[in-house]
Every structure is written in C-alpha cells, then in structure tokens.
Design a protein around this ligand. Structure first.
Ligand code: AMP
Length: 288
C-alpha cells in the first residue's frame, strides 16, 4: 500500500513537471524564443540579433490620457515633451520575435540615480498605469523596460546603469525629431504628411529604414534599428528595400499626422483630465 501511494505520488509529480514544462514552451513560442539549456541545466533564451530603439510621439500617445498623476509626463502642461521620447531599447530576433525577461535581476532605481534628469526628460512615463514586472507585481515604466528588455540586452549593454546610459547615448546620436523638423515635418494638428517622405528623410539621415506605428492615422511610435555595434540597419527583415514590401504591413496610411501636443492637466483650467494621486488603484478611478 505504502509502495502504491509512493508510486502514485511520484507519477503525479512527474505529470506536474510535464505540464509545467509544456506551459513554459508555449510561453516561449509566443515570444519566438530559441530555448537553449544553460550550464546549470536551466533553459536560457538565445542571444538576440539586433537592437530596436523604440521611440514614442507624445502628441499622439498623450491623447489617451484620462487621468493625471505627478509621474505622467503628459500632465506637465507646457513642459510636456515636444520631441520623440524613448519607449525602450529592445533586443529583437530577425524573424520578428524577441526574447524577454532574460535574468532574475530586478530593477533598482538607485543604480540609475545619476541619470534621472535626462531620463525624466527623454524617457518619461506617459501614463499613470504601472506596467507588469518580470517577477510578478507591477512597477515603474523604467523597471518594466529594464527587466523585460534590458536583461536580454545584457550581452551587449551590460548592467542596468549601462543599459540606460547606452540607450540615452544612441537616442542623442540619432535625433529623429531634429531630422524630421529640418525636413519640414513639424508638429501640426491640421497637416498630413506623406509616409514615404518621412521615411525618406530618416533614410537620408541615417542610411537605414525605420518602422512607424500609427494610431488613427497619427504617428505613435517610430523604431530605429541597429546592429549590435550600434551601426544603423533596416528595421524590416529580409533583403528587399522595396517600399511597397516594407510598408504593406504598416499600421500607417499613406498620409499621416504628427499631432502637436494638446495641453492636459497642470496649468490647463479647461482640462477635463482628472488628477489622481500616484498610489490610487486606477481600476477604481475608471468607475468614477
Ligand atoms: P513593452 O512591453 O516594452 O512594449 O511596454 C509595454 C508596456 O509599457 C505596456 O504596459 C504599456 O502600457 C506601457 N507603456 C508603453 N509606453 C509607456 C510610457 N511611455 N509610459 C508608461 N507606460 C508605457
């Protein structure tokens, strides 16, 4: 009897291990992760192929804002960002997938304390929400970007401090806002610009093709891609440079807008955006 129950217990344990292992593989497949076995027998994600510097256009992103809190740069009134800001530096695979949450290292804001000024300005949170961290729970936007993407960039960018510093340096070196302004693509709530013209301006400046992401015909994100040595490369996979092929899957129409920032929150008496303190659970505010 004792032997039978021991057998049953070990079969149940084996079944649990198999279910857990197959769940891990399903999750890994969603991210397109190449699973390799690390030196201690733990699954490890294959090293990435290239970097994607994902930038956001606050004029479009901030149109989503319904609440304000001190942490949300959309709520800085006339001091809100009027340039492309950083979403993250993402390590990607050539097949369009990416690794995520590569190590157990948690975000520690103290490590980047000397970078806070430029980060607040050029890598601000544009939301009061708290994105998920890799280890359960929710945290800051910077914490999300470091844990999800930064830990997978580590073979090139190193520790947390160097991930943020490298990203800022690449962002300053490849100044998309300046390139577009100089080509006449300035923020406007009335103009529409040819997608091909915006892409050409960036191709001429950086000799590589960016990827644009739109929401309701307005630029929301612009991605610049780099080899691992930070030389620019095309974001689209494959060798074709035909613009028809590059943009056939784009979320942007042929003519797109670059909305000027619409003042929200602080300093705007006509604002319909409500202010909530940082620590309020926004699921409840939603119902107010
Ligand atoms: P990612 O996983 O890097 O694509 O980031 C997506 C998560 O970050 C989602 O939870 C988004 O709502 C959130 N997010 C994206 N951009 C921002 C931003 N500028 N500020 C705060 N949260 C953001």
């Amino acid at each position: 009897m004792a032997i039978l129950s021991a057998n049953l217990a070990s079969s149940a344990a084996l079944a649990l291990i198999l279910v857990a292992a197959s769940l891990c593989l399903i999750e890994a497949k969603q991210f397109g992760i190449g699973i390799e076995i690390g030196s201690r027998g733990r699954p490890r994600q294959r090293e990435f192929d290239y970097f994607n510097l994902a930038l956001q256009w606050p004029g479009t992103y901030c149109q989503r804002t319904r609440y304000c809190c001190p942490n949300n740069a959309c709520c800085r009134g006339s001091n809100s960002p009027a340039v492309f800001t950083i979403h993250g530096l993402w390590p990607d695979y050539n097949d369009g997938s990416w690794p995520a949450c590569c190590t157990k290292k948690s975000f520690d804001e103290k490590e980047i304390s000397t970078l806070l000024d430029p980060l607040e300005k050029y890598w601000p949170s544009l939301s009061c929400g708290k994105p998920s961290s890799c280890h359960g729970g929710k945290g800051s936007f910077w914490g999300h970007e470091w844990e999800k993407h930064g830990t997978c960039s580590a073979p090139v960018t190193g520790d947390e401090y160097n991930y943020f510093l490298t990203t800022l340096n690449v962002y300053f070196k490849y100044n998309v806002t300046k390139v577009l302004n100089e080509a006449g693509y300035v923020p406007s709530n009335t103009e529409k610009y040819p997608l091909g013209g915006i892409v050409s301006a960036i191709q001429n400046a950086f000799h590589a093709t960016p990827k644009l992401v739109c929401r309701n015909g307005a630029v929301e994100e612009l991605h610049l891609c780099f080899y691992k040595d930070f030389k620019p490369r095309d974001c689209a996979g494959g060798s074709s440079s035909s613009s028809d092929m590059l943009f056939s899957g784009s979320s942007c129409p042929n003519y797109i807008s670059l909305p000027a920032y619409a003042s929200l929150g602080a300093g705007n008496v006509e604002s319909e955006v409500s202010w909530v303190p940082e620590d309020v659970d926004l699921r409840w505010v939603d119902r107010l």
